[in-house]
Design a protein around this ligand. Structure first.
Ligand code: ARG
Length: 437
């Protein structure tokens, strides 16, 4: 019974994403480890699901462990210069083999259609081909990297045609030159260029770690491009995968990709959790902050009501009807986070006294602890000052301390503006606090 309720609740909460993702382009990149470890079976299920929801998918796979295995088998030494493999003829032969094998394995798993599995009824067409043109990297630190290359061009138009037909496009870390040469590329280069050229909505990297580490064992759940840059510039030691993928996420987001996600390949269902929940499970990188502070509009009324209702029930806020809120919506500012009203505050002017009442300052439960209240208060103070008010006052029954910690001082009902005094509810016995601006 409880499970059913959870399921229904979860499914409904995913509706906006299901809706929003249809027709969108996601580039999903993962190392060859995922295929080597058998983890791609799980991913195939999720890819199938996304495909059936109308997401346009480009998969980019790596081959590193497969290449390494072949090289060791042959007894060939692996040479690296500044983190890049030198691909000599023997290594290139391994790359070709590895790429071929991995690709075939992926195609096979995407072709599953066994009844009573998540792949039942799947009818996936996988398209691959010569979509990537490459050029040699050339000489680095005096060493010729030979067949190691970088992306020169992605045939976005050709990829789009496949996506238009509902195909899943599979890219290998290999590119061809106009002279018919073959180049060994990095999967992150291919993925980033593809996402950029396609102006993808998402670029997703599956990593060995959970995300970009924050303090302790926590990870950053969301970063703007500039925050991500700061982390990279600090030069603190980061997990290897993060050092590869975070710069790519930044590059993609500065070149038109809307969001990049760094998530764990090991956690079952990470991709779906990241995509279909608001908070996700990994690190999301966006070009600009997810939060915006702005004046409320009539469209926010529903969101604000949802936000203040629990607080009204607890008696922390005075009840406001929808009608009243609609009438007074001009007084409100909202803090929006990723399309959701996360907090609000209102300013009621008393021009005769050059004062304003700060009211209805609220932050939704799920957004607590992120300093949103301070942001709203700062914005309200700024607006009040701009409007020429000298004094801000607030009536509160339960959150006195919060305001005192932010520079409000004890006041009394008789210091309220005349019109407000007339309305003061002596039964509620709210504390009056004020702050000069
Ligand atoms: N599901 C949403 C999306 O795919 C939000 C994900 C948020 N993820 C995060 N790590 N903060 O865009």
């Amino acid at each position: 019974m409880k499970d059913t309720a959870n399921f229904v609740h979860w499914f409904r909460s995913a509706a906006p994403y299901i809706h929003g993702f249809r027709g969108k382009t996601f580039v999903i990149a993962f190392g060859g480890e995922l295929v080597a470890d058998g983890g791609f079976v799980q991913l195939a299920h999720d890819v199938n699901l996304l495909n059936s929801l109308g997401v346009r998918l480009v998969l980019v796979h790596g081959v590193r462990p497969q290449v390494e295995a072949r090289l060791t088998e042959n007894g060939t030494a692996i040479r690296y210069v500044s983190g890049l493999r030198v691909t000599d003829d023997a290594a290139l032969a391994c790359v070709k083999e590895a790429a071929g094998t991995v690709r075939v394995e992926i195609e096979a798993l995407l072709s599953l259609g066994i009844a009573n599995t998540p792949m039942a009824g799947a009818d996936i067409r996988v398209a691959s081909g010569n979509f990537v043109t490459a050029k040699p990297i050339g000489v680095i630190d005096g060493v010729d990297l030979l067949h190691t290359g970088e992306v020169r061009k992605i045939d976005a138009a050709a990829i789009r045609r496949r996506l238009d037909q509902h195909d899943i496009v599979l890219l290998s870390p290999i590119g061809y030159s106009p002279t018919g040469e073959i180049f060994n590329l990095s999967l992150e280069d291919v993925a980033t260029q593809a996402a950029t050229e396609l102006a993808a909505d998402k670029l997703i990297f599956l990593m060995d770690t959970e995300g970009v580490p924050d303090r302790g064992r926590a990870i950053h759940t969301a970063l703007t491009v500039s925050e991500a840059r700061q982390i990279l510039d600090k030069g603190k030691k980061l997990p290897e995968d993060v050092t590869y993928y975070l710069p790519c996420a930044v590059a993609a987001c500065t070149r038109g990709v809307k969001r990049a996600h760094l998530i764990s390949r090991k956690r079952d269902g990470a991709l779906l959790s990241e995509l279909f929940t608001r908070e996700g499970v990994g690190t999301m990188i966006t070009p600009t902050p997810l939060e915006t502070l702005r004046p409320a509009t009539i469209d926010d009324v529903g969101g604000i009501l949802g936000l203040i209702e629990p607080l009204e029930r607890e008696g922390i806020l005075v009840r406001r009807s929808r009608e009243l809120l609609e009438m007074e919506i001009d007084r409100f500012i909202v803090l929006e986070s990723d399309g959701v009203v996360a907090g609000c505050a209102a300013l009621y002017p008393f021009p005769e006294e050059q004062a304003a009442e700060l009211a209805c300052l609220a932050v939704s439960q799920e957004f607590r602890g992120r300093g949103f209240g301070d942001l709203l208060l700062a914005a309200a103070e700024k607006n009040g000052k701009k409007a020429g008010f000298r004094r801000l006052f607030v009536l509160t029954t339960r959150t006195e301390h919060w305001f005192e910690e932010r520079g409000f001082v004890d006041s009394s009902p008789d210091r309220l503006p005349q019109r407000k005094q007339a309305l003061y509810n002596y039964k509620r016995r709210s504390k009056v606090l004020e702050k000069s601006l």
